[in-house]
Design a protein around this ligand. Structure first.
Ligand code: VGL
Ligand code: ZN
Length: 196
């Protein structure tokens, strides 16, 4: 049984319409089940007074992340669009922090870091600071997608020294190649994450 407390934070990764809604441009199979599981965790976290932080993939209209500009993805989560909004069924109180990745056109999958596409430099988002300010030591990760943003967020959390737990029921994979989700779980486990 997971215990939430003041030194625990639940990070809910990219549960946005483009990934989580069947009409989204990059719909992840099983997203509704991941939302249901994430909502149970969010309720428990809030009851215990634990921080719940939400990340959002937040792209400009043009970015080398998109296939039409040389990347691999259909256009998704363009900042300010319907696809970038958190899914309606996700419990997301107004007062909970939202961390938007890529607001200045940077690239990257982790909720903690973004990369300048021209210079290749990494920069931190505000997520780590939010957690440090609250004295968080243990990060639990839920959301989408297992093989991209969940994985990179969990690996960064470990790198930054947080005890890290990945909530298997509350995540789903894109699986561009069959098995990507399983391989991502293995990579997170090998790096030191607990799979719960
Ligand atoms: C993601 C693919 C492209 C994610 C973001 O949130 O996992 N996946 N952009
Ligand atoms: Zn993206």
């Amino acid at each position: 049984m997971r215990e939430y407390g003041a030194r625990t934070a639940l990070v809910v990764v990219d549960v946005q319409n483009d990934f989580a809604h069947p009409e989204g441009s990059l719909y992840v199979a099983g997203a509704p089940q991941a939302i249901a599981a994430a909502n149970r965790e969010i309720e428990r976290a809030r009851e215990a007074g634990a921080l719940v932080a939400y990340t959002q993939d937040w792209h400009p209209e043009q970015t080398p992340h998109f296939a039409r500009d040389g990347g691999i993805w259909p256009v998704h989560c363009v900042g300010g669009s319907w696809g970038a909004e958190l899914h309606d069924e996700l419990l997301a109180p107004e007062d909970a922090p939202r961390v938007r990745k890529g607001v200045d056109g940077e690239d990257g999958y982790s909720g903690f870091t973004v990369r300048d596409v021209e210079r290749g430099e990494q920069a931190a988002t505000e997520l780590e600071g939010l957690l440090r300010l609250r004295g968080v030591e243990h990060v639990l990760v839920a959301g989408l997608a297992t093989d991209y943003c969940v994985k990179e967020t969990a690996l960064d959390a470990l790198r930054l020294g947080f005890e890290t737990t990945v909530l298997r029921d509350a995540i789903r994979a894109v699986d561009l190649e069959p098995g990507d989700g399983e391989r991502a779980l293995e990579a997170m486990r090998e790096a030191g994450a607990q799979l719960a």
